[in-house]
Design a binder for this molecule. Structure first.
Ligand SMILES: Nc1ncnc2c1ncn2[C@@H]1O[C@H](COP(=O)(O)OP(=O)(O)OP(=O)(O)O)[C@@H](O)[C@H]1O
Length: 227
């Protein structure tokens, strides 16, 4: 369960201040798929970064289960990210000199798991995203859709409770984007992972169980009312 209560964030100060988030509150249930949508600059990525403890909030509370993100130290937040979260980005963020399985194994190696076990689990994750036969390829030898699958394998390799995806289909053509969306849905169903997707893509947003619409740092509730 994710509980967000009165979260605000301003970048800069004085005349250069940007109020990126203005008192946002909502809840997401365990296992739910939620899309966060809204125009460019409305605060979607800032919200995602605050939920994941990458960015600090100025005011408010974020609870991930019984962990208070607003109170945890940087060390505790890093530990929580390694243990409980997976991340998927528009631009994949793969390491070009590592093979697909090595990229997928990175979070396990960072968590101190042995090379042997990390490889086994990375290969299993690549199998789950349909890339069992591509494990020894480098990112430069794979298509955009395949690279995003490797990134998804890396995101799920630690069996996270939470998967954050920021514009996961933004760099992909329509058919490939559809396949990636289908894959994320399948993983959400099979692994019971809570999935939070930031997206401009209306097709992706429609497929989520629920959509949170943002405008100018606030949530727009159904019926168009801001709060
Ligand atoms: N590190 C930062 N320093 C200063 N301003 C920032 C910073 N990060 C975000 N902003 C500003 O905060 C506002 C919200 O940005 P954010 O990236 O969260 O929006 P977004 O909805 O994700 O946009 P997009 O869809 O274009 O990615 C914008 O006005 C942006 O310029």
């Amino acid at each position: 369960m994710i509980r967000v209560n009165g979260v605000s964030k301003t970048f800069g100060s004085g005349e250069a201040a940007t109020r990126a988030l203005r008192g946002i509150s909502f809840e997401i249930a365990q296992g739910e798929t939620v899309a966060i949508t809204g125009p460019s600059g409305c605060g979607k990525t800032t919200l995602l970064h605050i939920l994941a403890g990458i960015e600090r909030m100025d005011e408010g509370e974020v609870w991930l289960g019984d962990s208070p993100i607003h109170q945890l130290s940087e060390n505790k937040l890093s530990e929580l990210r390694l243990r409980k979260m997976g991340f998927v980005f528009q631009s994949y963020h793969l390491v070009p000199v590592l093979r697909a399985w090595e990229n997928a194994a990175v979070p396990l190696l960072a968590a101190g798991i042995s090379q042997k076990e990390a490889k086994e689990r990375a290969l299993e994750a690549l199998g789950q995203v349909g890339l069992a036969n591509w494990a020894n390829h480098y990112p430069g030898q794979l298509s955009g859709g395949q690279n995003q699958r490797v990134a998804i394998a890396r995101a799920i390799v630690g069996k996270p409770e939470l998967l954050w995806a920021d514009e996961p289909t933004g760099a992909l053509d329509t058919d490939t984007a559809e396949q990636i969306v289908g894959l994320l849905e399948m993983l959400n169903r099979h692994l019971g992972t809570t999935l939070v997707i930031v997206t401009h893509d209306p097709r992706l947003a429609r497929r989520a169980e629920r959509t949170l619409r943002m405008v100018n740092g606030r949530l727009l509730h159904e019926g168009g009312k801001e709060s």
